[in-house]
Design a protein around this ligand. Structure first.
Ligand code: UDP
Length: 391
């Protein structure tokens, strides 16, 4: 019998998981695949969301857990975390000898995945190369593309960008974004927030009866690592805007990027000052529940890529703040604003009047997971030696 294809997939945070999940579920069921799921970085730190139990509930087994995050919330700790993860992954790959390693998107920890696999001559698959954004993610994403042997960009424009970067078109497959596969099933209408949030721990300043809440917005704002010094000012403007809203909001805590402690501190201070009376704070929910919440919301606010990708497919109005998503392809549902209370608030007010935007397919039509699987099945032996295509 032919040997199974072993793929090591490194999940560094919840966004990594929601991006790759549809492929993982398909690969797990396929007799030709053997998955090695490695959890690392913030995917193992509770304050950034409980991911392990969600993954297990999805029926996937975790092969390794790597505790690689250096606490400290500073640019220097991001650099050190990257170094630790390279070292840990090198040990894992040396022992498990996967046929392929999958690097997901553009987290700084994901650079470790690319470095470890490439030095060890393991063919590297990369999801979501060729996109353009702000923050350090922009540099990380393109650096990973230069290491990758097979590219799975999410849009046609990203594919073209990869070609311009000197990558071989033969190994670039525009498969769409696999998180749209999940968004496709997020169609359930909910009567109140209780239907979803009753299963999760959340906090709020005042007693909130979830059964009474049907209209709400979602807020998810991360720090922009390249504007670290402005983090406090930036989050303060958003807090002021949200505090003036008449409808409820669900606020998700930020990711691990440097500056996240500053954001969390300002959110706690705002709570103590009783500024966010109508806000429900939550660490994370499963990808499916999140997308149902998104689909039923009046608007998503902040700078998460979900306000650009999944929201475009679902037609949910989005207010994107600042430079974190600068340059990322977007549909008509996104209003771009700067970090100013006034512009944020007035954009939210105009967006929540709109019921839904027309569905956009810029990030695919929801079958990326199977496309990736079928492409990997057909891959011939890959020479990991790379070369600028145009040279
Ligand atoms: N997400 C999730 N659970 C949550 C919040 C978000 O699964 O509680 C998913 C969401 O659907 C999206 C991704 O995580 O696919 C976005 O996460 P984040 O804002 O951290 O990432 P980034 O902007 O860096 O992509």
């Amino acid at each position: 019998m032919k040997k199974k294809i072993t793929i090591a997939v490194v999940i560094n945070n919840r966004a990594n998981y929601s991006r790759i999940k549809s492929f993982l579920i398909k690969a797990k069921k396929h007799k030709k695949f053997h998955l090695q799921l490695i959890l690392a970085a913030s995917s193992l730190v509770d304050k950034f969301g409980e991911l392990e139990s969600i993954i297990k509930k999805d029926g996937l087994s975790i092969s390794k857990k790597l505790y690689t995050i250096i606490e400290g919330d500073k640019p220097v700790t991001m650099a050190k975390t990257t170094a630790i993860e390279i070292s840990e992954l090198a040990n894992v790959f040396e022992n498990s000898k996967p046929d392929y390693v999958f690097a997901i998107a553009d987290r700084y920890e994901t650079l470790s995945v690319a470095v470890a696999a490439s030095y060890m001559n393991i063919p590297l698959l990369h999801l979501q190369g060729g996109e353009i954004t702000g923050s350090i993610d922009e540099s990380v994403r393109h650096a990973i593309s230069k290491f990758a042997n097979i590219h799975f960009p999410s849009t046609l424009k990203s594919k073209k960008n990869l070609i311009k970067m000197g990558e071989n078109p033969k190994y670039i497959f525009n498969v769409g974004c696999p998180s749209i596969d999940l968004a496709k099933s997020a169609t359930r209408r909910i009567k109140s927030l209780n239907e979803i949030l009753k299963n999760y721990k959340f906090s709020a300043q005042n007693k909130i009866n979830l059964k009474n809440i049907k209209d709400y917005v979602i807020v998810l704002q991360h720090s922009v690592t390249t504007e670290y010094q402005d983090t406090k000012k930036q989050i303060t403007e958003s807090i002021k805007a949200i505090s003036k809203l008449k409808i409820n909001s669900i606020w998700l805590w930020p990711n691990v990027d440097s500056g996240s402690d500053i954001i969390s501190k300002e959110l706690r201070k705002a709570r103590e000052k009783n500024l966010l009376k109508k806000t429900i704070f939550i660490k994370n929910v499963s990808a499916e529940d999140f997308l149902i919440l998104l689909n039923n919301s009046k608007c998503i606010i902040g700078n998460s890529s979900v306000g650009i990708r999944e929201s475009s497919y679902l037609g949910v109005p989005s207010v994107n703040i600042g430079n974190r998503q600068l340059g990322r392809e977007r549909a008509k549902n996104v209003k771009q604003v700067n970090h100013s209370e006034h512009s944020i608030l007035s954009s939210i007010k105009s967006q929540i009047k709109i019921k839904k935007y027309k569905k956009s397919l810029i990030y695919g039509n929801g079958n990326s997971g199977s496309k990736i699987l079928n492409i990997i099945l057909k891959l011939k032996i890959i020479n990991t030696q790379k070369k600028l295509y145009y040279a």
